[in-house]
Structures are given as structure tokens and as C-alpha cells.
Design a protein around this ligand. Structure first.
Ligand code: C5P
Length: 230
């Protein structure tokens, strides 16, 4: 079953509270990223967890294994339910992160990021990788799985390939979701909530189609209806 995560991409606590209030009966999972976390820090984790919600801390850690493991440990200790690291940090770093998360809370999900969707073949070549983005995604997804990650952030484009290579139980978190007819904004390749669910996404991440909607609760309800099993 596919779950909905709403991205809290804001500057201010008022905007966060406004959306949380409107979605309180509808949405369980929220994503806290670099913008909001850098502005307001860990008190926001307490604030959102205090409302009984589940939280994905999207800080994409990438450092030496010990540093990443310690950052993961304190994140999970603070109540975060899902965290992520860059798979390109290597298997030792991914394993250290997975073990740190597991030791703190066996239910916490430790997700790896493979290739940023902003990077194309030329951008990979610039950093010395002479492979297609799809090849690199699969390589890193397999590495992350072998190192103990719970799953990966995937693009809809590579989702089926990841399922083929890593199995249907390896968690896929899919951003780039747009209900049919919605504004694509800066997302280059989008899928509808129903298409993401059909691809086997375990979680979809949706930001502006909900946060900028005239009626966010209604927008969220429509998405939930789309991803509900038939
Ligand atoms: O507003 P929108 O639905 O485009 O927001 C998508 C969220 O998912 C944003 O927080 C964005 O940073 C995140 N994301 C993404 N594409 C990725 C990874 C993360 O859009 N490849």
C-alpha cells in the first residue's frame, strides 16, 4: 500500500502550522528538508512529533561513516521515523547509517539517495562517472540494499528497473508526483499518484500540489483516493 508524505518546503513556522492544522485529519507523514531544518532546527521535530505525526528528515547525509552514523543516531533518537543518506558515500557509510538507525529504533527507515534527478549524463561525466544515470541508479540501489538500507528515493523513470533489480520489498520513495492536470512547476518528469502506486511506490512525496492548493485537505484527500488499493 502506498503512503502519502507531504513536503513541508517553507521558511516559517506559521506556514508549517497552517498546513499541519489543515491536514491534521488527513495526512500522517511529513517531510522536513534542508530549508526548514536549517532555519528552525530540531525544535521542529519535537513540534511535529508532538502532534503525533510521522516524520521523514530529508537531510541527505554524506560524510565519513562515523560522522554519518552519529548524525543518524541523534536524528532517530529525536523521534524521526525516516532519514536518508547519499548512497555515493559508499557501502561502509551506508552500513554505518543503517546500523545506527536500527540500534536506536528498529522501526526507523534508513533510505538512500542514488543519483540526484538534477544530474544528467554530462553532469555525471564531469565528476568522472562515464555511465548513464540509469546505470548509476541501479548500481547504487544494489549497493545500498546490500549495505542494509531500507530502501531508496527513486525517480518514477527508474522505479520499474529498481523493482526488477532489488525486489518489490525494497522501499521506494517517489517524488515528482502531479495529479493529472496539475501544474508541473520545475519537475521535469512527473507521474500521477495512481501511476506511482501502480509502479509499486511505498511512499509518494508531494509538496506544492497540496501546499499551494486552494483547499489542501481536499487536494490531499483526492491523492489518497488515487493511491488507495482498488
Ligand atoms: O512541490 P513538489 O511536489 O515538487 O515537491 C517535491 C519534494 O520532493 C521537494 O521537497 C523536493 O525537494 C523533493 N525531491 C524531488 N525530487 C527528487 C528528490 C526530492 O522533488 N529527486
Amino acid at each position: 500500500m502506498t503512503k502519502l508524505i507531504v513536503a513541508l518546503d517553507f521558511d516559517t513556522l506559521d506556514e508549517v502550522d497552517n498546513l499541519l492544522d489543515q491536514l491534521s485529519d488527513t495526512v500522517q507523514w511529513y517531510k522536513l528538508g534542508k530549508q526548514l531544518f536549517t532555519a528552525h532546527g530540531p525544535k521542529l521535530i519535537d513540534h511535529i512529533k508532538g502532534k503525533g505525526k510521522s516524520l521523514f528528515l530529508d537531510l541527505k547525509f554524506h560524510d565519513i561513516p562515523n560522522t554519518v552514523a552519529q548524525a543518524v543516531r541523534v536524528s532517530v533518537a529525536s523521534g524521526v521515523d525516516m532519514i536518508n543518506v547519499h548512497a555515493s558515500g559508499g557501502s561502509e557509510m551506508i552500513a554505518a547509517a543503517a546500523q545506527a538507525a536500527q540500534a536506536e529504533n528498529p522501526d526507523a527507515l534508513m533510505i538512500a539517495v542514488t543519483v540526484l534527478t538534477s544530474m544528467d549524463e554530462q553532469a555525471l561525466e564531469e565528476i568522472g562517472l562515464n555511465v548513464s544515470p540509469a546505470e548509476q541508479v541501479i548500481r547504487l540501489a544494489k549497493l545500498a540494499q546490500a549495505a542494509g538500507a531500507s530502501g531508496i528515493v527513486a525517480s518514477a523513470k527508474e522505479s520499474a528497473l529498481i523493482t526488477e533489480n532489488c525486489g518489490a520489498d525494497f522501499i521506494q520513495v517517489l517524488p515528482g508526483i502531479r495529479p493529472s492536470g496539475a501544474d508541473q512547476q520545475d519537475q521535469k518528469r512527473v507521474v500521477t499518484p495512481a501511476e506511482a502506486a501502480a509502479l509499486g511506490a511505498h511512499y509518494i512525496v508531494v509538496g506544492r500540489p497540496i501546499s499551494k492548493a486552494e483547499n489542501p485537505a481536499q487536494a490531499a484527500q483526492e491523492i489518497l483516493k488515487d493511491i488507495a488499493p482498488a
